[in-house]
Ligand binder design. Structure first.
Ligand code: NCD
Length: 308
């Protein structure tokens, strides 16, 4: 096995060969789960679930993944109830966590914090979202979702809609999609465009992209990845109020598509994705959450060096 990643900190760390390997292993894991054979793979292992920023899905998804493998979980939620509120550094928190657990998953509001956390300890560290930076496990599950729903990635046209500036799930997924022959439509107000650094990262890769403010570009797409405007990241709340309702996806728009457009959303949603889309067969966002658990089961095993 050439895959050799103890930590999962960003999406730059993965080569195309790593992605092929991970997709294959996630498929194996999905099969084990279906056959009720995954429980016990991580018996005796303890996960520290450290969520210093709001989360429902990602935290429960990781914790469900660990429990479904027969491992156990200890957790802390928010700064308010952690010693960080007493002035403890992340370094000290991690040194303590290392004494308790075999692996740590961390979500933190500061970009780059998971790398600092990983640098402090010998146990594997998985980034579950660091500020407006990255969210690599969400991107891996998104990749797995697209391939599972569409059968392939090469040749697809994918739209990213919403907050491309602060949306870390978009930053991470774009970094993975660059390894495939994909055409991207980036649909956002200019104020929330994808940061230049992520665009630069696509150079020399088979991916191509177009930026537009026209929501009808969705009609050209095989996949539409819709995201929430990230209210908590705006330095000026008036700017959020001005931009929050500009792009909305609803059933009428999707039914007018020339293609069978699959709708993804990392969730939570606010107003950008109407609930009238939910009953369309191409609404894949709740299936996406299900794929997330098997993706994270795979990553927990591989980070702990436990093949299956
Ligand atoms: C995303 C996140 O936290 O970045 N949610 C998630 O992990 N599923 C998206 C968001 O908060 O908008």
């Amino acid at each position: 096995m050439s895959y050799n990643h103890k930590n999962v900190l960003d999406t730059e760390q993965f080569s195309k060969a790593d992605l092929d390997f991970l997709i294959g292993k996630t498929r194996d894991m999905e099969r084990l789960v279906e056959q009720n054979k995954a429980f016990g793979i991580l018996t005796g292992k303890l996960l520290a679930s450290l969520f210093f920023e709001a989360s429902t899905r990602t935290r429960l998804s990781f914790e469900a993944a660990m429990e479904r493998l027969g491992g156990r979980v200890i957790s802390t939620v928010g700064f308010q109830f952690s010693s960080i509120s007493k002035g403890e550094t992340l370094y000290d928190t991690m040194k303590m966590v290392e004494a308790y657990a075999d692996i740590a998953v961390i979500r933190h509001p500061v970009e780059g914090s998971s790398r600092i956390a990983a640098g402090a300890v010998k146990i594997p560290v998985i980034n579950a979202g660091d500020g407006a930076g990255q969210h690599p496990t969400q991107a891996l599950l998104d990749l797995y979702t697209i391939i599972s729903e569409k059968g392939t990635l090469d040749g697809l046209t994918v739209a990213f809609i919403g907050d491309l500036k602060y949306g870390r799930t978009i930053h991470s997924l774009i970094n993975l999609l660059r390894h495939y022959k994909v055409h991207l439509y980036l649909i956002s107000p200019p104020e929330l465009a994808l940061p230049e650094s992520y665009k630069k990262g696509l150079e020399g890769h088979p991916i191509s992209l177009e930026e537009t403010t026209d929501i009808k570009a969705v009609w050209e797409c095989d996949v539409a990845y819709v995201t929430r405007i990230q209210e908590e990241r705006f330095p000026d709340h008036r700017e959020y109020e001005r931009l929050k309702d500009l792009f909305k996806i609803n059933k009428e728009l999707i039914l007018a598509s020339k293609k069978e457009t699959t709708i993804l959303h990392p969730l939570p949603r606010v107003n950008e994705l109407s609930t009238d889309v939910d009953d369309l067969p191409n609404a894949a966002y709740f299936r996406q959450a299900r794929y997330g658990v098997v993706s994270r089961m795979t990553l927990l095993c591989l980070s702990l060096g436990q093949d299956f």
